[in-house]
Design a protein around this ligand. Structure first.
Ligand code: CUA
Length: 350
C-alpha cells in the first residue's frame, strides 16, 4: 500500500505542475496567434486555449508519472532479477478510459457549439462575392450596386457571408484571413461560402493558402476593417470611381496613373484629393512633397515616392506602422505604371 500512496502523491504534484504549466503556456507566451479581429476568432481562440490548458495538464501528469517510475523502479547495481509479474489493474484501467472519454466528448460538444455559432447566418448579414484567380483576389458587393474593388474594406460589427468562386478556367485557391480565423477552398465550378464578423478596426492580411502556381506567394491582399460611417463613405467613393469614364490610353499617362491608383487599391488606404481618395490607413498623399523633403534624406522627391511604393517599409512616416502596405507593387505594377504613378502623385499633391 505504501507505493500506492506514493503514487497518489506523485499524481497530485504532477497535476499541480500541470496546472502551473498550463497557466504559463496560456498566458505567458506572447503573441503566438495573430490578432483576433472578429467574433468567430474569439470563440475559436477560447476553444483553443482550453485545449492547450487540458493538454498541458495531461502532458505534465504523464511525464511526471513516467519520471517517477523511472527513478523509483530503476534496476539497482547487481540486481539481475525480473520485475514483479503484474497483470493489469482494473481501477487504473477504468480511470484512464473514463477520463479521456469525458475530455474528448467535452471538446467534441464545445467544438460543435462553436462551429454551429460560427456558421449560422443572421438576418441582415452582408454578402461579399470573392473571386480568386491566378494570382489576385477581387471583391464585389452584390447588394450594394455590385461595386467591384481590389482591396476588401468591411464595416466593423457586421456579419459577412463570403461567397467564393474561381473562373472555370482557373485553379483551386484557398481564401484565408488569419485574423478572422477563416479559411475555405475556392474551387472552379463549385461555389463555396465562409462567414465572419469582423469587430476590431485595423488592417489585416488576406492570403491564398493553396499552392496555385508560380504567383501563389504574391496572391495577397488586405482587409481593412473600418467604422461603419467610414465604410459607407469608402463605398460611395468606390461607386463614384466605378462610374468615372474609363481612362484614356493616350496623353501624358496621368489618366492611366489615376486608373492604376484606383485598381491597385491605393485609394483604400490613402487620402489623395485629386483622386477623391479619403483613406486614413496610410499617410496622406497630399503631403507627399513635404514628406519627401522630411523623410527622403538625400533623395529627390521622385526617388522617395518610387521607393515608398516599391519598398514601403524602408521609411515609415511618423504615426504609421511598418508591415501594413503590401510590398508587392514593385512586381505587380510595370515600371511604366510606377513612373506614371510617381509623377501623378507628385503633380497632384504639389
Ligand atoms: Cu492562389 Cu495560392
Amino acid at each position: 500500500m505504501r507505493s500506492v500512496s506514493a503514487f497518489a502523491k506523485v499524481g497530485i504534484s504532477t497535476l499541480v505542475a500541470g496546472a502551473i504549466g498550463a497557466v504559463l503556456a496560456a498566458w505567458w507566451l506572447p503573441d503566438w496567434l495573430p490578432p483576433a479581429a472578429g467574433i468567430e476568432a474569439d470563440r475559436e481562440d477560447t476553444l483553443y486555449l482550453w485545449l492547450l490548458v487540458v493538454s498541458a495538464v495531461i502532458f505534465c501528469t504523464v511525464v511526471g508519472f513516467l519520471g517517477y517510475s523511472m527513478w523509483k523502479f530503476r534496476a539497482r547495481p547487481g540486481d539481475m532479477s525480473d520485475g514483479a509479474p503484474i497483470h493489469g489493474h482494473t481501477g487504473l484501467e477504468i480511470i484512464w478510459t473514463v477520463i479521456p472519454i469525458i475530455i474528448v466528448l467535452g471538446f467534441a460538444v464545445a467544438a460543435t457549439i462553436v462551429l454551429n455559432k460560427n456558421e449560422s447566418l443572421k438576418q441582415g448579414h452582408m454578402v461579399v462575392n470573392v473571386t480568386g484567380r491566378q494570382f489576385a483576389w477581387s471583391f464585389t458587393f452584390p447588394k450594394r450596386g455590385h461595386v467591384h474593388t481590389g482591396i476588401l474594406a468591411l464595416p466593423a460589427g457586421r456579419q459577412v457571408e463570403f461567397r467564393l468562386h474561381a473562373p472555370d478556367t482557373d485553379v483551386i485557391h484557398s481564401f484565408k484571413i488569419p485574423a478572422l480565423r477563416i479559411g475555405e477552398d475556392v474551387v472552379p465550378g463549385t461555389p463555396t461560402t465562409v462567414d465572419a464578423t469582423p469587430t476590431r478596426l485595423g488592417t489585416y492580411a488576406i492570403v491564398c493558402a493553396e499552392l496555385c502556381g508560380i504567383g501563389h506567394s504574391q496572391m495577397r491582399n488586405i482587409l481593412v476593417v473600418m467604422k461603419p460611417d467610414d465604410w459607407n463613405r469608402w463605398l460611395a467613393q468606390q461607386k463614384k470611381l466605378a462610374k468615372a469614364p474609363p481612362p484614356s490610353q493616350s496623353g501624358n499617362g496621368t489618366t492611366d496613373a489615376a486608373a492604376t491608383f484606383s485598381s491597385a487599391g491605393c485609394s483604400g488606404c490613402h487620402t489623395f484629393k485629386p483622386a477623391n481618395a479619403a483613406g486614413t490607413v496610410g499617410p496622406d498623399l497630399d503631403n507627399l512633397t513635404a514628406d519627401a523633403a522630411k523623410y527622403g534624406k538625400g533623395e529627390t522627391a521622385e526617388q522617395y515616392v518610387r521607393e515608398s511604393i516599391v519598398d514601403p517599409d524602408k521609411v515609415i512616416v511618423s504615426g504609421f506602422q511598418p508591415g501594413v502596405m503590401p510590398t508587392t507593387f514593385g512586381t505587380s505594377l510595370s515600371s511604366a505604371q510606377i513612373d506614371a504613378l510617381v509623377s501623378y502623385l507628385l503633380k497632384g499633391g504639389g
